[in-house]
Design a protein around this ligand. Structure first.
Ligand code: TMP
Length: 216
């Protein structure tokens, strides 16, 4: 489905970072803050956020044949979930002027599949572009934590078994972390990097300051 050219009156804010970086907590805090200001806010996540996308998520992270999934398939599945989310949830919300907070967006594919899985920037950018059409984040918050911290937090999570992505090794996660930092440097207009080892309140404050300054 082509996206209308003038769909954008709202704002899209994506959150990125490694596993255990604290994205979901910060999204909930920011959503509450924005809501208090009387604005329309929509929170969503990738992969997922739609019925079709949640089914795709299940294939990617919980499929019993997951270990046999090749990197190309993984990239296309993430893109499929994203294409659905953009057309079903994000674009309509932006059209009515909402602020959309997305737990991950296209930069996750750039970093996890492009760099982590070594598929390269060329194919990943092309597929990302096809999936999102003209819907790009206005602001991207990267919550940066050292890989050791990220892995220690993963271990502490209540859920019993790590999913397919969480079973990756430290080298993979180091590549992901470095990938985000390099990406953020190359697009400093869009990206804001916050230190995810600070207290929840301090991080929330930093994010709110960055967002409110950029949304003015
Ligand atoms: P989550 O744990 O933050 O919900 O994300 C699910 C996993 O999927 C996480 O390991 C990151 C990964 N992922 C990618 O590899 N590429 C993508 O494009 C997206 C959106 C997520």
């Amino acid at each position: 489905m082509p996206l209308k050219k003038n769909h954008k009156t709202g704002k899209l804010i994506s959150f990125e970072g490694s596993e255990g970086s604290g994205k979901s907590t910060q999204i909930a805090l920011l959503a509450a803050h924005i809501q208090k200001s009387g604005l329309d806010v929509v929170s969503t996540r990738e992969p997922g956020g739609t019925e079709i996308g949640e089914q795709v998520r299940n294939i990617i992270v919980h499929n019993s044949k997951g270990d046999e999934m090749c990197a190309e398939t993984e990239l296309l599945l993430f893109a499929a979930a994203r294409a659905q989310l953009v057309r079903e949830v994000i674009a309509p919300a932006l059209m009515r002027g909402a602020i959309v907070l997305s737990d991950r967006f296209l930069d996750s594919s750039t970093v996890y599949q492009g760099i982590g899985r070594s598929l390269g920037a060329g194919p990943v950018n092309e597929i990302n572009r096809f999936a999102v059409g003209n819907v790009m984040p206005d602001i991207t918050i990267v919550i940066d934590v050292p890989t050791e911290v990220s892995l220690a937090r993963l271990k502490q999570r209540a859920s019993d078994l790590p999913d397919r992505m969480e079973r990756e090794n430290i080298d993979f996660y180091n590549k992901v972390r470095d990938g985000y930092l390099v990406l953020a440097k190359s697009m400093s207009d869009r990206f804001v990097v916050v230190d995810g080892t600070k207290s929840q309140d301090a991080i929330a404050k930093e994010i709110w300051n960055a967002v409110s300054a950029r949304l003015k």
